[in-house]
Design a protein around this ligand. Structure first.
Ligand SMILES: Nc1ncnc2c1ncn2[C@@H]1O[C@H](COP(=O)(O)OP(=O)(O)OP(=O)(O)O)[C@@H](O)[C@H]1O
Length: 286
């Protein structure tokens, strides 16, 4: 156990030496406290705090290399943190055993930029794969899954608007359709948290909007906690409840999307730290 950190009950997470760090109230599902992640000499995250609530969609924005993917991976334990505390769905990720991390990952769905479907399998079977964690033995072919799971998987495909393509091989679908199948597969996991790493980076603007709309709908309807990395400021402003900006591994912005102008959001992408800019300098379009 990491001696720097202590947990005192479900609603109390503290980092030793920082009395003001009690966090994780009733509906805080994701909590990162002073998280630092180093890869050798590279500081990918530098003391990042983040809280995300149930039914909240938070978008992480930032230049390439600012630490967005690293933060997502620290949330589900794919990366161990160098310092700090992470709690997700009631599990202290930074202190979790391998078995606890396996359990946690059933609750935390992950949506990837490149969909990660099995191309030669049907859409239905790809979705069913999301429910494998609930079964004791592996399955080969959609027909070998219990009927109730097939019905559930079809419902998820219906929800993403693709029930009529259930029997089609996944590699015959467009990118946008494949990402919708991947989201249906994640829903089959019955997650409480959904992490999405640039889920629309490979899609055209129309399909990107469809996928963001879908993520927003499942966030609200299923009361999911969604953390999503994006590079498209307009999509973030359109669908996020809250926008968190990272720069050089540090959090430089954390505001409700409705309170942000486009110019303020774009500031995250400027090479010069807006806080360091002289007061007389132009702020760019808003
Ligand atoms: N496995 C790793 N080993 C070494 N360095 C890494 C590793 N993963 C990330 N980094 C470094 O950590 C920093 C943050 O990378 P990260 O991938 O989190 O950025 P990002 O904001 O997600 O970038 P992008 O928008 O390009 O995906 C970068 O300097 C990167 O080179």
């Amino acid at each position: 156990m990491n001696s720097d950190h202590t947990v005192a009950g479900d609603e109390d997470l503290t980092v030793a030496g920082d009395e003001d760090l009690t966090v994780a109230g009733d509906d805080v599902v994701v909590s990162a406290r002073r998280v630092t992640k180093k890869f050798g000499d590279t500081v990918a995250l530098d003391g990042v705090d983040l809280e995300v609530h149930r039914s909240e969609l938070v978008v992480l924005l930032g230049l390439s290399g600012s630490g967005k993917s690293t933060l997502l991976r620290c949330l589900n334990g794919l990366h161990s943190v160098t310092e700090g505390a992470v709690e997700v769905a009631g599990t202290r990720v930074d202190l979790a055993s391998r078995a606890e991390l396996r359990m946690l990952r059933r609750e935390v769905g992950f949506v990837f930029q490149h969909f990660n479907l099995v191309g030669r399998l049907s859409c239905l079977e790809n979705v069913l794969v999301g429910g494998l964690g609930r079964l004791r033995l592996p399955r080969y072919g959609a027909a070998t899954y219990p009927k109730r799971m097939r019905t559930e998987a079809l419902d998820h495909l219906d929800r993403v608007g693709l029930a009529d393509l259930a029997d089609r091989r996944a590699d015959t679908l467009s990118g946008g359709q494949q990402q919708r199948v991947a989201i249906a597969r994640t829903l089959m996991q019955r997650p409480t948290v959904l992490l999405a790493d640039e889920p629309v980076a490979s899609l055209d603007p129309e399909n990107a909007g469809v996928v963001m709309d879908l993520l927003f709908r499942v966030c609200m309807e299923d009361k999911l906690t969604v953390v999503c990395t994006l590079h498209q400021v307009d999509l973030a402003l359109g669908w996020a409840h809250r926008i968190v900006g990272l720069r050089g591994g540090r959090k430089v912005l954390d505001r409700p999307a409705v309170e942000l102008s486009r110019g303020e959001a774009m500031d995250i992408y400027r090479r010069v730290d807006p806080a360091a800019r002289p007061a007389s300098a132009p702020t760019g379009p808003s």
